[in-house]
Write a protein that binds this ligand. Structure first.
Ligand code: FAD
Length: 616
């Protein structure tokens, strides 16, 4: 067999794998993606939607970092929503429903355009270290050499599919399964438990009674994800989604069939995502509640398939048939496919470093659902971190590590590597200590330092350089502007709907006290024609939060210093002032700093106070 050499081989062409390949290729390295045949590139086996609370922020961070997901999301977006639009800017997040056929098609096209990415459709059967330090990645009939390897195998490792009492090997329906992690790569530690996720049935659009649903139109105010598409002009025509609800009959059918539920009769032992529960979970976790929303989301523009969000299930087909037909508007529903659950192996992420490299196996990285996360965005974010660091390591350059006080991707990575996973991990804005600063609107400003440190010279780098410069000029102008209560100003303000004031008023104070949104207020007083509207919006909202930002900056400096304090985890394990449970967690996780200790789930405030007292 001819030997073929690459700089980076990525195993798996899902969301993590494509993002890894995309960023690694920007360094002009030779990249291969080896991925199972007949699975497709960056396909969406579950809800075809990108973004959401906390996740929308990640997609924008990827955009500022030169990632792929935001480009694809805009190309294939068919329904946009700005979630939490009535709440503060920190928790507002964009979500777009994607056309599930077009998204992978565009992903494949964009990767194919890169002459240094090769996509190889084959199943990887083993990864070993060669004598020269490189890796040998083998398939049944071939083998490849690579300096670095990124494993992004999603739900496929030792994957087991459940639908009622039917159990089959596979990473998802109608696909092959992969061997377990320990067979694929020796001596990698898996979590002691397996994880599980599930998906609902797919319904035929033509069989639904739309007169019984509430319509939700695509929100024209939500901004596109990719900076080049700034604004609201969509690439594709937009479609509506619809809402209906489960009822007493629905939930009783499920409750009456508890014995047939693989999740409740002992057949499935894997732990599922708490924040994305199946309908069986809802039935038994909330026995008094019968009405749960079901969002009917078209999966494609052209096709006839609808995704009923909220009723994922692994009950037998005939029970799914009957509970779904009890829902308003779904009485005559016809099915494309039925729901199922998948159980799979997960890496123990405690063995990964903050570049997602396996600490005991230099050059081997893990990213995506194989790390015990759920969600396409979490997968892409990790794919980026693993891919960029694999590339930087090939070139002997400094690692890229995102700070958790500056980015959601930083929060995600640090949470993963400093905690043993008890359940699938998903991002929320509440996971970030610094969320007033980590907003969607200021993403380019926040992330510029990281992207520019890569010293690449793509369009995004040119954009970010001028963004930072313009930001400094515009925020300077805005914060320096003081209005005087002369006749002309007061009259103009009256016409524009502002209250009058005595003596002087700073523009920043006006922004915080005005009923108008910050963007419009800024526009009323400063000529911003020469600036990019993304930047103007960012500056206006930063003016609104200026006091918090200053306070947070000070507090964060203190927190950052405190977090860096080294601790001796071994001596803490001997400490009788620390509870047995806390000592157990410390022994398991071996924190090196106070920050790492603080983030261990289950560590009590009293333990933290004691440790601070001892180390100070
Ligand atoms: C049934 C189901 C239900 C889901 N439900 C949810 C949900 O409710 N909420 C949610 O957030 N997420 C859900 N997901 C998860 C979502 O699909 C993932 O979060 C996301 O796809 C993870 O991306 P990834 O790149 O890590 O893995 P994947 O997208 O799964 O990609 C893995 C890739 O690796 C390839 N691969 C695997 N093994 C090998 C091998 N040995 N050799 C070569 N290639 C290999 C596969 O072909 C695939 O292309 C669900 C997934 C499934 C299958």
């Amino acid at each position: 067999l001819a030997r073929k050499d690459y700089d980076v081989i990525i195993i798996g062409g899902g969301h993590a794998g494509t993002e890894s390949a995309w960023i690694a290729s920007q360094f002009n390295l030779q990249v291969a993606v080896i991925t199972m045949p007949n699975v497709g590139i960056a396909t969406a086996p579950c809800n075809p939607a990108i973004g959401g609370v906390g996740k929308g922020q990640v997609v924008r961070e990827l955009d500022a970092l030169g990632g792929l997901m935001p480009i694809l999301a805009d190309k294939a977006g068919i329904h946009y929503t700005l979630l939490n639009s009535s709440k503060g800017y920190a928790v507002r997040s964009t979500r777009t429903q994607i056309d599930k056929d077009l998204y992978p098609k565009y992903a494949r096209e964009l990767l194919d355009e890169k002459s240094n990415i090769e996509i190889i459709e084959d199943k990887v059967t083993g990864v070993v270290r060669d004598s020269d330090g490189s890796f040998i990645v083998s398939t049944k009939d071939d083998y490849f050499h690579s300096k670095k390897v990124v494993v992004t195998t999603g739900t496929f490792l030792n994957g087991k599919l459940h639908q009622g009492s039917d159990v089959n090997a596979g990473g998802r329906m109608n696909s092959m399964s992969s061997t377990g992690l320990s067979t694929l790569i020796r001596n990698i530690k898996t979590l002691g438990k397996r994880f599980k996720t599930g998906t609902p049935a797919r319904l035929k659009k033509s069989s639904l009674d739309y007169s019984k649903f509430t319509e939700q139109k695509s929100d024209h105010k939500a901004f596109n994800f990719h900076w080049k598409n700034y604004g609201h002009d969509r690439n594709l025509d937009q479609v509506s989604t619809y809402i209906t609800n489960t009822n007493e009959d629905t939930m009783n059918i499920i409750r009456d069939n508890k014995d047939s539920s693989p999740m409740f009769n002992g057949q499935i032992t894997g732990v599922g995502p708490r924040y994305c529960p199946s309908i069986e979970d809802k039935a038994f976790r909330y026995p008094d509640r019968n009405s749960h929303h079901v969002f009917l989301e078209p999966e494609t523009m052209e096709g006839d398939s609808v995704y009923p969000n909220g009723i994922s299930s692994s009950l037998p087909k005939e029970i799914q048939d009957s509970f779904i037909k009890s829902i308003d508007g779904l009485e005559k529903v016809e099915f494309h496919s039925y729901g199922y659950a998948v159980e799979y192996d997960v890496v123990d992420t405690m063995y990964l470093s903050n570049t997602l490299e396996y600490t005991e196996y230099e050059g081997l990285y893990f990213a995506g659902q194989v790390n015990g996360t759920s969600g396409y965005e979490e997968a892409s974010a990790q794919g980026y971190i693993a891919g960029v660091n694999a590339a930087l390591a090939c070139l002997g350059k400094e690692k890229l590590i995102l700070n958790r006080h500056e980015s959601y991707i930083g929060v995600l990575v640090q949470d993963l590597i400093t905690n043993k996973r008890d359940e699938p991990y998903r991002l929320f804005t509440a996971r970030a200590e610094n969320r007033l600063w980590m907003r969607e609107d200021n993403t380019y400003y926040r992330m510029a330092q990281y992207r520019l440190s890569l010293e690449l010279n793509e369009d995004i780098d040119i954009f970010l350089k001028s963004y930072r410069k313009d930001y400094d000029t515009l925020i300077g102008k805005a914060l320096d502007l003081t209005l005087s209560s002369n006749k002309e100003t007061l009259e103009m303000m009256k016409v524009k709907g502002y209250n009058s004031f005595k003596n002087t008023m700073t523009l920043q104070k006006l922004i915080t006290s005005s009923q108008k949104d910050p963007y419009s207020t800024l526009l009323d007083f400063i000529d911003v024609k020469e600036y990019n509207p993304i930047l103007v919006n960012n500056v206006a909202i930063d003016c609104l939060y200026q006091e918090y930002i200053k306070r947070h900056e000070k507090e964060n400096e203190k927190i950052k210093e405190m977090e860096k304090i080294s601790i001796n985890w071994k001596s803490l394990c001997e400490e009788s002032n620390i509870s047995f449970e806390c000592r157990q967690r410390i022994k398991e996780i071996r924190p090196q700093t106070f920050g790492e200790l603080k983030r261990i789930e289950g560590i009590r405030p009293a333990t933290l106070a004691f440790v601070l007292h001892v180390v100070k």
